[in-house]
Design a protein around this ligand. Structure first.
Ligand code: PLP
Length: 394
């Protein structure tokens, strides 16, 4: 009677949600201060003051009908113009508002792009570790997921494995840098090599292979790390951006897609994005928040707290003997489990009230993800528990 896959997806929560719910239950049992919840990627710092001011000003002084009314499907023209100019100034591109499509965050950006380009039985490559929702989004578009293992230890792209995985059915590649769950930022060298392979394969197979760059963590980088802007490296690129993490607005659902102006048949590509947004029933991105981000375009939440947390957690855990991938960005630490079975390792961590996520569903069994978008105090209090966990393996 109901679509079986949908019933299944509705019933089986993601592993992350499962642990998060367990954490909520445990907090009720023993008190929130005694549970060290590192499970979920919900920003722990508030949105900047500029967001609050913009909301108040728009609501108090804006036209009340326009403030809450529909915008055009692709988004308010003035907002898109502001975003296009901002991107051009920052990254030296020459896009216009007609390359920007406003969305309800990165998840919506991804589903729209995938539905715009993927056809039945075509293949979309993802690099491990990857955000588990990709598999759901790709399969829903009718396409097939092809996992390419990242380089062991660094989780940069393994070029040999990547090149071997591309074939005539390959239609798209998703990259996510800074990465959830590894925190890794792809170096310029990695990007250049990957794009060279893509261009070579496009020529070989005689059709475009699209690069989908998922960028909700673009602003969350530490130590002056540069995150190359993909449309400057590869013409057939869709950028999926979101303000969920940069402005700490995950519940407000606001982001955008950039369809590169250099893309093959760029106008049709943009039309396909508009068509997919329509089919998926998005209508338009939230009107109030389109206007808010226009005013806060160059602002971010206070990400210095994440750097403090990153340094504290990385230094402490490596000192205790944990093997961790050094995270240049995002707010996750990727840690090698101290036994082969990461799920069993996370169960053992629970005995210390530590809630960690096994990375099996990220395509990397044997690792766990530690989300450090928490209060620094929680990390300080949790360190003895991490130490007990490490010692239990000695
Ligand atoms: N992509 C990645 C890699 C993510 O980590 C997330 C959320 O955590 C998303 C996409 C979805 O983000 P949004 O809230 O903008 O839909």
């Amino acid at each position: 009677m109901f679509v079986e896959d949908m019933v299944h997806l509705g019933k089986v929560r993601s592993e992350i949600r499962e642990i998060f719910e367990y954490g909520n239950k445990r907090k009720q049992e023993i008190g929130a201060e005694n549970v060290f919840d590192f499970s979920i990627g919900n920003p722990s710092v508030p949105a900047p003051e500029s967001v609050k001011k913009a909301i108040i000003d728009i609501v108090e002084n804006g036209d009340p009908v326009a403030t809450h009314g529909y915008t055009s499907a692709q988004g308010d023209a003035h907002v898109r113009d502001t975003i296009a100019n901002y991107i051009n100034k920052k990254f030296g591109t020459d896009i216009t508002k007609d390359n920007i499509y406003m969305t309800c965050g990165a998840a919506a950006s991804l589903t729209i792009v995938l539905n715009a380009i993927m056809e039945k039985d075509e293949e979309c490559i993802v690099f491990t570790p990857f955000f588990p929702e990709y598999t759901i989004f790709i399969k829903e578009s009718g396409a097939k997921v092809v996992q390419v293992p990242g380089e062991e230890g660094t989780f940069q792209i393994d070029m040999e494995k990547f090149e071997a995985a591309v074939n005539e059915k390959t239609k798209a590649v998703i990259v996510n840098s800074p990465n959830n769950p590894s925190g890794v930022v792809y170096s310029e060298e990695t990007i250049v090599k990957m794009c060279d392979i893509l261009r070579k394969k496009e020529k070989e197979y005689g059709h475009p292979i699209f690069l989908i760059t998922d960028e909700p963590y673009r602003e969350l980088v530490y130590d002056d790390i540069d995150v190359p802007y993909m449309i400057n490296y590869y013409d057939n690129t869709f950028v999926c951006y979101s303000y969920s993490k940069a402005l700490s607005l995950p519940g407000e659902r606001i982001g955008y897609i950039v369809v590169s102006n250099k893309m093959v048949d760029s106008k049709d590509a943009y039309a396909a994005v508009c068509g997919a947004g329509r089919v998926l029933g998005y209508v338009c991105a939230p009107s109030l928040f389109q206007k808010v981000i226009e005013r806060c375009i160059d602002d971010t939440a206070d990400i210095s707290i994440y750097k403090t947390n990153r340094d504290l957690l990385y230094n402490s855990l490596t000192e205790m003997g944990f093997e961790c991938v050094y995270p240049d960005g995002a707010f996750y630490l990727f840690v090698k489990a101290m036994e082969d079975d990461a799920k069993a390792f996370c169960e053992k961590a629970k005995e210390q009230e530590l809630l960690l996520v096994p990375a099996d569903s990220f395509g990397t069994p044997g690792y766990v993800r530690v989300s450090y978008c928490v209060q620094t105090e929680q990390i300080e209090k949790a360190l003895p528990a991490f130490k007990k966990l490490a010692d239990s393996y000695k």
